[in-house]
Write a protein that binds this ligand. Structure first.
Ligand code: C2E
Ligand code: CA
Ligand code: CA
Ligand code: CA
Length: 279
């Protein structure tokens, strides 16, 4: 047994070393990813359950490295957050989305809201609101069609400052939603005070919602609370018709997930938009 323990420790240490080596390599490679045009966005459609129309999409970042292939944002976003590059990357994402919106409008595609993810570091920049307002203005689109997604953790890190920023964003016309809702552990009293439009119910609660009565209770409570506070709800990670039936019954307004569509590259997304508009 002792031998085993020592061996598994050795493997563990080796794994750690490989892990951190890869992290270092990825972190260094991220520095060139923007200039070398290795990023692109995919768009995941969001469905309105009351009238079965597409209401919006979430822009999700993809990194294709010439040697290593596709690297998951779950792996590289935390690294970009650590080395500070997430601020530049986040601004690039917004710029792409704003330009894309402009193009869709000029092509006469249906008007939709596109949500982007803002990381902690970017959100806590001194002049965030001015910076992002400028990017959107330069692209020639209105903030009305842009939604800012903040995780609960980001919003709650410094509630006083976050509240002011959220209100300022909302004042500018941006929509603001709380991502991964339900996974934070702090008090929810901030919801009453912040100009937040939408709660995105975390996919961990949706996964087993058809069978797990605890998840059912949590999701039901979130939807009821959101409605009492005049906010809408969107469920993430919806994969089955049964999940939709439950969510509809409870009054959840919108869904996002593989059931409706996977994240799509621009051309596919445009086709999707046109098809859902003519239904
Ligand atoms: P997130 O913001 O919670 O995004 C939702 C994730 O769930 C996406 O993973 C999406 O592809 C996935 N998903 C959507 N529908 C389903 C479904 O039905 N089932 C399952 N199992 N998964 C589904 P993705 O694209 O790998 O992104 C992972 C995370 O990386 C995101 O989680 C977000 O935190 C971060 N991320 C992605 N793009 C950006 C970005 O541009 N900026 C920042 N700061 N973070 C980003
Ligand atoms: Ca998100
Ligand atoms: Ca989420
Ligand atoms: Ca349970």
């Amino acid at each position: 047994a002792k031998q085993d323990g020592r061996n598994s420790f050795r493997f563990f240490a080796q794994e750690m070393q490989e892990h951190s080596l890869r992290s270092l390599q990825l972190s260094a490679a991220l520095k060139d990813a923007l200039i070398n045009d290795q990023f692109h966005l995919v768009y995941q459609p969001q469905l309105n359950l009351t009238d079965n129309t597409i209401v919006g999409a979430e822009a999700l970042l993809r990194w294709d490295h010439p040697e290593w292939g596709a690297i998951s944002p779950a792996e590289f976003i935390p690294l970009a957050e650590q080395n500070g590059l997430i601020v530049k990357i986040g601004e690039w994402v917004l710029q792409q989305v704003a330009r894309q919106q402009k193009q869709w409008l000029s092509k006469d595609l249906p008007e939709i809201i596109v949500a982007i993810n803002i990381s902690a570091l970017q959100f806590h920049q001194q002049n965030l609101v001015e910076r992002i307002s400028k990017i959107v203005e330069e692209a020639g689109v209105s903030p009305d069609n842009i939604e800012i997604e903040l995780t609960e953790a980001v919003a709650l890190k410094d509630p006083e400052v976050a509240g002011k920023t959220i209100d300022a964003l909302s004042q500018q016309g941006f929509k603001v939603s709380i991502d991964d809702f339900g996974t934070g552990y702090s008090s929810m009293s901030y919801l009453k005070r912040f100009a937040v439009h939408k709660l995105k119910i975390d996919q961990s609660f949706i996964k087993d919602i058809v069978t797990d009565i605890d998840d059912q209770a949590i999701v039901t409570a979130i939807i009821q609370m959101a409605h009492s506070l005049h906010k809408t709800t969107i469920a993430e990670g919806v994969e089955t018709q049964e999940q939709i039936e439950f969510l509809k019954l409870k009054g959840c307004e919108e869904i996002q997930g593989y059931w409706y569509s996977r994240p799509l590259v621009t051309e596919q997304f445009e086709a999707f938009l046109l098809a859902s508009n003519s239904k």
